[in-house]
Design a protein around this ligand. Structure first.
Ligand SMILES: Cc1cc2nc3c(=O)[nH]c(=O)nc-3n(C[C@H](O)[C@H](O)[C@H](O)COP(=O)(O)O)c2cc1C
Length: 372
């Protein structure tokens, strides 16, 4: 187990207890160090409105002591829909469901955050009107390049979605800049071949994200929780570029937290395979001022959680283990030897954990997860 500490004013320097509160720069406080990672579950209605199943699955995680519950990726434009049954936040007509969801999560003491998303070239062609959009024309999907005025509208729609989330009662939003979706496509030299101010240098490729973050801060104010998810060293983005983006965003201190999606928290950097440090350490050791850091990726046991926190991460993002155990935080905080139930799990077990048959069907995409 690693023992480094980043020494940047993190609350962990005073107390590394997993049940200790964590206050963000905006003033929002998490009651502990556990976040339910954003997870698509395909349970919403066709128009993106909230279903009972999606409400129950998320509120059960707030009841299970996740200090922050993040929703699945929710699309900010209809052309950005990436999944069947995806939760939407592209219209005021969807507000009732969001009021109910944010209220249900907060009622149990959890911080309610919605992830704002646009699938870009990976949009679901059967669900959207027209062809998907991308920073530049993409042969493999047939996606077309966005015009400059469409980029302005896109930015405005992310900002409007954040305002909508705020009016619905969420504590904050996370911007999905990871996993090869639209904002990640802008960051990636593989998909972004633009020659205007949104392409070329790292400054230009991150301009859309910066504009969205500034726009949200302007309209939602300094007390609204604002996070950004990034994928390091993947999807055509080099590690040095991810570090540059992280550094610059930490410097501006616009964000309350950065969420580095690792898929495996023990992963080493492909660019630096001989480095004793893992990818997690590369980011946790970067200067970040008051910006908090979370990571996700195979954080499954109590010992994994302790390891991640000991390496200077402020709070952990838990995905699949949070599907298996709605009360994962409570289990980890009471048992230092906790390990999740073995895979595959039956649909009955999943149902008892608040996972509907529709979500269980979606989970069959993860080999070895659901017993069929
Ligand atoms: C069923 C499922 C759905 C996911 N949906 C999203 C999503 O909507 N947005 C996102 O940023 N990541 C998504 N992810 C990635 C998770 O947030 C998390 O980063 C990843 O699963 C690694 O964590 P884990 O090993 O604890 O599951 C999803 C993962 C799973 C398993």
């Amino acid at each position: 187990m690693y023992t480094y500490f980043h020494g940047q004013g993190s609350d962990l320097n005073q107390s590394n207890h997993l049940g200790s509160r964590l206050s963000f720069r905006c003033g929002v406080t998490m009651p502990n160090r556990f976040m339910l990672a954003p997870m698509t579950n395909c349970q919403s209605f066709k128009d993106g409105s909230l279903s009972e199943a999606e409400y129950l699955w998320l509120v059960k995680r707030a009841i299970g002591h996740f200090g922050m519950v993040m929703t699945c990726a929710a699309h900010v434009q209809t052309i950005g829909q990436g999944f069947p049954g995806q939760l939407g936040i592209y219209s005021d007509a969807l507000l009732d469901g969001h009021r109910r969801l944010a209220g249900g999560i907060r009622e149990h003491g959890s911080v309610a955050v919605i992830q704002l998303h646009h699938a870009g070239r990976r949009a679901l062609v059967d669900a959207i009107e027209g062809v998907p959009v991308c920073p530049s024309r993409d042969e493999s999907t047939g996606a077309r390049a966005l015009t400059l005025s469409e980029i302005d509208s896109l930015c405005a729609d992310f900002v409007k979605a954040a305002l909508r989330a705020q009016s619905a009662g969420y504590d904050g939003v996370e911007i999905h800049g990871a996993h090869d979706y639209l904002l990640c496509q802008f960051l990636s030299a593989k998909y972004n071949h633009r020659t205007d101010e949104f392409g070329g240098s790292v400054t230009n490729r991150m301009r859309l994200i910066s504009n969205i973050l500034d726009g949200i801060r302007q309209v939602c104010g300094s007390q609204f929780l604002l996070g950004l998810r990034l994928s390091p060293e993947k999807y055509g983005i080099e590690l040095s570029e991810s570090i540059e983006v992280f550094r610059r965003l930490a410097e501006t201190q616009t964000l309350d937290f950065l969420d580095v999606s690792l898929w495996d928290y023990k992963k080493k950097s492909d660019a630096q395979p001989d480095d004793e440090r893992g990818l997690l350490d590369v980011f946790s050791l970067l200067e970040r001022g008051q910006t908090k850091l979370t990571v996700a990726g195979k954080i499954q046991t109590a010992s994994d959680v302790a390891d991640v926190v000991a390496r200077g991460v402020d709070f952990v993002g838990v995905g699949r283990a949070g599907i298996l155990h709605h009360d994962f935080p409570a289990l980890v905080m009471t048992d230092p030897n906790f390990r999740p139930r073995a895979l595959p799990v039956s649909r009955d077990v999943l149902a008892r954990e608040g996972v509907s048959p529709v979500f269980a069907d979606y989970l069959t995409r993860w080999p070895g997860f659901v017993a069929d």
